[in-house]
Design a protein around this ligand. Structure first.
Ligand code: HXC
Length: 517
């Protein structure tokens, strides 16, 4: 055998051993449970043959408890770059089959290397999390590793999109890395995420609970709001990742992947009228409106299971990527509560960071009144929504569909809050409060003495609605750009968007604003 043949043989043997990771038996056991291996996840994410690994030969730095002699292939994390839809993406995938994907210092530094590369290249970062947490044998060095990862999550934040896929356990402080990223996708059943699990909770508080109650995808997507998307299985998680990436720019200095259509469909969508209930007290389904507005009815709803009274997500209008924020009257009458404020504020900030124009659909009776809401801080949570809209410098288009009352009207990207154009349907009611409430206050004396108080109140409410709360009143004061036929909404928005896509809005220089938390 020639020298070069020997060297090639050594290279091959080393590579094969490292790529085998935890071994064929462990991989087969995972397959039997419907789970993929760390490398298989990356293979599914990227176009075939496009993955280039970084740091396959990196060795762990553990010294204690007999770990020094142990081989942990690739130090339990696969790192590199690949192509998704022809665009470069950096990714890491923790390998649960090697020491439970536990994170030691070198493991963390591999992750950080991918993040630094994502920053330098200006490309999105995807992280598959599947780990037993800090590698116990590495002690404080493992904790330092987490610190380095968190620090870089924050450096990347607002510069390149970061997507976490929670594909297995994600416990303790480890869950803060995904929490610092832009989107969390969590796989149902196979993944759990928590700061302290059931055993610690029982030991410290005495309360008995289960892994599902405090850490399941179901809980995080509907109660805590930590998770943006629930995937039914591994393939679904990849599909959601691909869809998300298709709306996001590679970095904050570039536009999202707009594919402007050559001509715009400016026809009247008569079908929109059918979506609006005849009775103004009957709730309108805003998702039906959204589906009529976006190209091919394709809408990627974000945070779908959480705070259903606010709908947020991505779509395209005439081929241009947009973020949509909408009140949903089908839930809590569309009133804005704490969770809805947080959900919308976060989405608006994500869109603004990544140059995605915002479309706001308004049908809101107000901020949700309530003892719990006040005590839980609706003031500071609601203020996040105001802060997010007012600081967003991307193109902002608003359509008032029906109700737009009080502070909630102001908050939902009204013109004084910085909307570029505000359209209203003829069904819009814009006022400090609803007609009945306003009449009770304005005419309390008259109504008290009146014989037919109820009929008179109804009459006055109708007058108030028709004259005072009408969109023409707002339009006459210049707060509404135009009153439009519902069927012309899509055409109006698509045309306006083309015109304001390249708008520039300058703000005073500052380190950062102080967003209410
Ligand atoms: C080192 C670990 C490990 C860890 C598991 N292993 N977790 N090694 N550090 N954190 C090893 C096991 O010893 C075992 O090694 C192999 O990985 C597989 O683990 P099993 O327990 O056999 O697997 P399984 O039954 O599937 O259970 C997986 C698990 C469990 C649920 C993740 O291992 C577990 O509870 N691990 C500890 C989790 C934890 O408390 N981590 C610290 C969280 S706090 P061998 O050699 O036998 O194959 C934290 C702080 C972060 O992370 C702070 C950031 C600021």
């Amino acid at each position: 055998m020639t020298l070069s043949a020997k060297l090639l043989e050594t290279l091959k043997t080393k590579r094969e051993a490292l790529i085998a990771g935890g071994g064929a038996d462990k991989l087969a056991a995972r397959h039997a449970k419907g789970l993929l291996g760390a490398r298989e996840r990356l293979a599914a994410l990227f176009q075939p043959e496009t993955f280039q690994e970084i740091g396959l030969h990196v060795r762990h730095a553990g010294e204690h408890f007999g770990i020094a002699e142990k081989e942990l292939p690739a130090d339990a994390v696969i790192v590199g770059t690949g192509l998704v839809g022809g665009r470069t993406v950096a990714a890491i995938s923790q390998d649960f089959m090697v020491s439970a994907g536990s994170l030691g210092l070198m493991h963390a530094r591999k992750i950080v290397k991918a993040m630094e590369l994502a920053l330098k290249l200006g490309v999105p970062m995807v992280a598959f999390k599947d780990s037993g947490g800090a590698r116990i044998q590495e002690g404080v060095a493992a904790l330092a590793g987490y610190g380095e990862v968190f620090y870089h999550n924050v450096l990347l934040s607002g510069v390149v999109p970061q997507i976490a896929v929670i594909a297995g356990p994600c416990a303790g402080g480890a869950s803060y890395s995904p929490a610092l990223m832009d989107f969390i996708i969590m796989i149902r059943r196979s993944a759990h995420m928590f700061i302290t699990g059931p055993e610690v909770i029982r030991a410290v508080t005495g309360r008995t609970t289960s892994m599902d109650e405090v850490g399941s995808a179901e809980m995080h997507s509907t109660v805590s709001g930590n998770v943006h998307f629930v995937a039914e299985n591994e393939a679904h998680a990849i599909e959601i990742t691909h869809r998300l990436l298709s709306y996001l720019p590679p970095n904050n200095a570039e536009d999202p992947p707009h594919h402007p259509t050559e001509s715009l469909d400016l026809s009247n969508d008569e079908g929109m009228n059918a979506v609006i209930p005849d009775d103004s007290s009957e709730a309108l389904d805003v998702k039906a409106v959204i589906h009529r507005l976006v190209d091919n009815g394709e809408f990627l709803e974000v945070h779908a299971g959480f705070a259903g009274n606010m709908v947020v997500g991505f779509g395209r209008l005439g081929g241009l990527v947009v973020g949509i924020v909408a009140n949903q009257p089908m839930e809590k009458a569309g009133a804005i509560d704490i969770d809805a404020s947080d959900k919308a504020a976060r989405f608006i900030r994500t869109c603004n960071a990544f140059n995605i124009p915002l479309i706001t659909l308004v049908d809101v009776p107000g901020f949700l009144p309530g003892f719990e809401q006040e005590r839980a801080g609706i003031i500071r949570h609601g203020a996040k929504l105001l802060f997010a809209y007012a600081s967003a410098t991307v193109p902002k288009l608003t359509v008032v569909l029906r109700k737009a009352y009080g502070g909630a009207y102001v908050a939902m990207c009204s013109q004084p809050m910085g909307a570029d154009f505000v359209y209203a349907w003829p069904t819009a009611e814009i006022a400090v409060m609803g007609a009945e409430g306003a009449v009770n206050i304005l005419y309390s004396k008259e109504l008290k003495g009146a014989e037919n108080a109820r009929a008179r109140a109804k009459e006055l409410a109708a007058e108030y609605r028709a004259e005072f709360a009408s969109p023409y009143m707002s339009a006459s004061k210049g707060f509404i750009t135009d009153v439009i036929e519902p069927g012309m909404t899509r055409a109006t928005l698509a045309l306006s968007l083309r015109k304001i896509l390249n708008k520039r809005e300058l703000r005073p220089a500052k380190k950062h604003g102080n967003i209410p938390l």
